[in-house]
Design a protein around this ligand. Sequence first.
Ligand SMILES: Cc1cc2nc3c(=O)[nH]c(=O)nc-3n(C[C@H](O)[C@H](O)[C@H](O)COP(=O)(O)O)c2cc1C
Length: 371
Amino acid sequence: MSNTDILFQPFKLKSLELSNRIVMAPMTRSSAPNGIPGAANAEYYRKRAQGGVGLILSEGTVINRPASRNEPDIPLFYGADALAGWKGVIDAVHGAGGKMGPQLWHTGSVKSSQTEWVPDAPVESPSGLVAPNDPRGNTMSDADIADTISAFAQAALDAKNAGFDTFEIHGAHGYLIDQFFWSGTNLRTDRFGGKTIGERSTFAVEVVRAIRAAVGPDFPIIMRISQFKQQDLTVRLANTPDEMTAWLGPLVDAGVDIIHASQRRFWEPEFPELDGQKGLNCAGWAKKLTGAATISVGSVGLSGDILTAFAGEGSRTTGLDELLTRMERNEFDLIAVGRALITDAQWAAKVRDNQTDALLGFDPATLGELV
Ligand SMILES: Cc1cc2nc3c(=O)[nH]c(=O)nc-3n(C[C@H](O)[C@H](O)[C@H](O)COP(=O)(O)O)c2cc1C
């Protein structure tokens, strides 16, 4: 096992100070009855803080729009009861020495794969589509868009006021913000649409600007993005570094401090035609092109990727050498760990203490309840 010290270097950006580089990836658990997080949710996150994770990103938690979630037990990030529940979560995490931010989410027109439940208000999306030629949801009006931007800003301010250390805007995986980025779901002819990815970033830019105005200059803003969509894993928003700059540059200019570039396998190069099969990954290019700090993610320490998990399969543990090499090269700043932390709350502490033989891998049975 290589020396893992690089993972345990502190990280500081604005008001955010982390004791190490390990981030718990945001993972929906649909375990907040009626959208209110309670003691079980607080205990689940407290264990990961106690287990040495540097920064916990919560499961997606939704903003104050009538149809912002697609499952009934996804937690809300609005209303007195839910916010009191979240205060219990962050207090528990802080009590264990951890740091945490909620992932702020609007599911757009994406249907849940787990339930037939639908919100009792109309689903909304940029152009009434969930995928190319696949209608779902009402096309958002100017008023809908303005209200959604305000709801994101309010949620970010509520996160700050509740005592969270940061928060993440969910701009990935084909949900609402990503539906604005994607030409396949954004056919708008107003200023929120356009032929170029730069034009289709306008909605996200306005979300970030409104948030920045609400939370002030020193509270760090993380934004998660992905080339792929759950609707089509082969989609790419940026086929060249220039397109990536046009996509992400305006977001950083608007106030994003940390880009969280979602990939299924962190070692896959983003533009191998330019720098080879061992070239920079998505987070690596995002950092190089924008100068922002970045988080990478994808199958860290596990033999199978997330698609195998959704097929009900487990994953064995694997080595961390490739991760350590990329971190030594300063390709990205932080690394998010997903499924391994669902099964093994002590994952970070075991890596820190060179007990990698004791890591548990990913057991799909642990998806069924909060352990
Ligand atoms: C059960 C589960 C729920 C997830 N929910 C979310 C989510 O709410 N928001 C999000 O951005 N990604 C979500 N993801 C993706 C993870 O954040 C992460 O990117 C993915 O699992 C790859 O990391 P891993 O290979 O370490 O598991 C989820 C993944 C899993 C397994």
